[in-house]
Design a binder for this molecule. Structure first.
Ligand code: NAG
Ligand code: NAG
Ligand code: NAG
Ligand code: NAG
Ligand code: NAG
Ligand code: NAG
Ligand code: NAG
Ligand code: NAG
Ligand code: NAG
Ligand code: NAG
Ligand code: NAG
Length: 409
């Protein structure tokens, strides 16, 4: 019984092992085995490439041959470069050969533009459509050396809409510093690079640069000296890619500037008013615009002997006893700003004002009355004199009592 069990177990484990080996040979990726087998050819290219339908794609590519025993290069023949697409399990299925550099016309619109004798397999892939989204393997045929690099393949992804450009802004923006802002767009097809536009005036002309992996990027750049007005500004960069047919395809990216700045527009407001009576409670408020927010407000009172610090904090309340000029200084991490001075005028109390008013009024009334009485008397006398003048001429005499009366006054 025990023996039977043991042999059954042994049989089972052999079967399991066989199945596993079968799987690893035929179904599991088995990449290690393929890579080992084909290490004689090593292709170097970006692992993934994105491209736009209706445009083209440059595949940056180079390779290294390490011939094994019996593999000889035939110098009399030209080196053949072959691209194989991968949509079946066996990459060497002839149906998957979509480009052979000896052919004038190929199944896929590809062209090796690199010099194969200089191990440059750079390829131009034109008239792209989304159906070319595939995995691509490279093969070299040079005399008896005919090898596919199965380890290093390229995933080419062709899409109907372009990738968004990217806006590069240095971190930690501060006012009064000069920064360089760049908008860059991937450029799969440097023959027809995207046109870049943004809501900043570009300093430099559009430039197409080569990246370290051989792919391309188109850029525009602007150097700006930051100020608080740039804070919250949204940069809108758009890339227009020309395509074979129809209008250009566009993609845009927005990025908002986050600029920190020292306090601005610092001012003092006063309540109930800048002109108050003695003994009134006055509240002053210091306001300022700053990023990051103001961490400290300091209040000063100006006087002949210089300015004196009187308080700290956003608000300053005081019992109005005497007037003076006050101001505040707002401070944050980036600096400080002094507000304009505000004059606090302290008058007498209401009671005092009324008393004064009454006193003035009484004096005025008295003066007026005396003057009026004097005036009316004078007019009276004058009229009396006139009446006497109208009497007969014989009575007109310098010693007339009426005239005497006038002189009496
Ligand atoms: C590529 O073309 C050459 C010449 O026509 C041919 O000898 C070779 O077998 C082709 N290679 C592949 C992988 O189709
Ligand atoms: C190369 O040309 C031959 C005939 O001209 C054709 O049968 C073959 O499919 C072509 N190969 C490729 C990869 O286009
Ligand atoms: C390979 O060829 C392409 C196209 O001619 C060229 O732009 C590139 O500089 C070449 N690469 C190297 C490494 O020479
Ligand atoms: C490719 O490179 C080889 C060797 O450097 C040179 O002889 C040949 O003229 C080049 N071919 C082309 C088309 O530039
Ligand atoms: C690409 O397509 C256009 C028409 O759409 C055609 O004129 C041109 O020859 C094609 N180019 C290639 C390389 O196939
Ligand atoms: C912008 O600044 C960078 C360095 O910060 C400098 O290399 C570049 O020449 C400047 N560009 C312009 C147009 O001034
Ligand atoms: C960005 O700019 C483009 C053209 O300059 C414009 O069509 C688009 O509406 C703008 N986008 C936003 C969100 O403002
Ligand atoms: C702006 O930058 C400050 C620090 O510099 C940060 O605290 C704040 O969250 C940022 N605001 C936005 C909207 O990114
Ligand atoms: C202001 O001070 C005066 C005298 O110092 C005092 O009589 C008055 O009550 C105070 N007013 C207030 C509102 O505290
Ligand atoms: C404001 O800043 C200046 C210069 O940085 C400094 O000299 C001054 O003491 C500051 N004032 C206050 C009230 O912090
Ligand atoms: C998409 C596709 O068909 N991929 C295949 C490419 O070839 C390998 C083997 O070389 C397969 O494992 C993949 O399934």
């Amino acid at each position: 019984m025990k023996d039977e069990c043991r042999s059954l177990m042994a049989a089972l484990s052999v079967k399991v092992l066989t199945v596993y080996m079968f799987l690893s040979v035929f179904f599991l990726p088995g990449v290690w085995a393929e890579c080992k087998e084909n290490s004689h050819l090593h292709m170097t290219a970006p692992k993934k490439l994105e491209a736009l339908s209706g445009s083209c794609l440059i595949i940056p590519c180079s390779f290294k041959k390490t011939p094994g025993n019996g593999e000889k290069f035939d110098k009399s023949k030209q080196i053949i470069g072959v691209w194989i697409k991968n949509n079946t399990q066996f990459v060497e299925n002839p149906n998957n050969v979509i480009f052979n550099s000896t052919n004038q016309t190929n199944i896929y619109p590809m062209k090796i533009i690199g010099n194969l004798t200089q191990t440059n397999c750079t390829t131009l892939f034109s008239n792209l459509t989304t159906k070319y989204t595939e995995r691509y393997y490279f093969r070299i045929e040079d005399g008896y050396f005919k090898v596919v690099d199965r380890c290093n393949f390229i995933e080419i992804n062709i899409q109907d809409s372009p990738q968004s450009p990217s806006i590069e802004i240095p971190a930690d923006l501060k006012e009064k510093t000069s920064v360089s802002i760049t908008c860059s767009a991937p450029t799969p097809c440097p023959h027809s690079p995207p046109e870049l536009t943004w809501n900043l005036q570009a300093d430099s002309q559009r430039q197409t640069e080569t990246n370290t992996d051989g792919s391309f990027t188109t850029k525009i750049q602007k150097n700006i000296t930051l100020s608080d007005t740039h804070d919250g500004f949204t940069i809108n960069c758009s890339a227009r890619y020309p395509v074979n047919e129809g209008p250009p395809k566009t993609a845009e990216t927005l990025k908002t500037l986050n600029v920190s700045y020292a306090p601005k527009d610092t001012s003092v407001s006063i309540s109930p008013s800048a002109s108050v009576s003695v003994g009134i409670w006055v509240k002053m408020t210091c306001s300022s615009r700053a990023k990051p927010a103001v961490i400290n407000f300091i209040w000063f009172r100006s006087s002949k002997d210089g300015d004196q610090k009187v308080a700290e904090g956003e608000f300053y309340s005081l019992n109005a006893t005497e007037g003076g000029a006050y101001y505040c200084v707002a401070t944050n991490d980036l600096g400080n700003q002094t507000s304009p001075k505000i004059d606090l005028i302290v008058g007498g109390s209401l009671k005092l004002i009324i008393q004064n008013f009454v006193r003035v009024a009484v004096i005025l009334i008295l003066t007026c009355s005396i003057f009026c009485i004097w005036c009316s008397r004078k007019i009276q006398r004058h009229q009396q004199a006139k009446t006497q003048q109208k009497q007969p001429a014989n009575e007109l005499d310098l010693q007339s009592p009426a005239i005497d009366a006038v002189y009496e006054l």
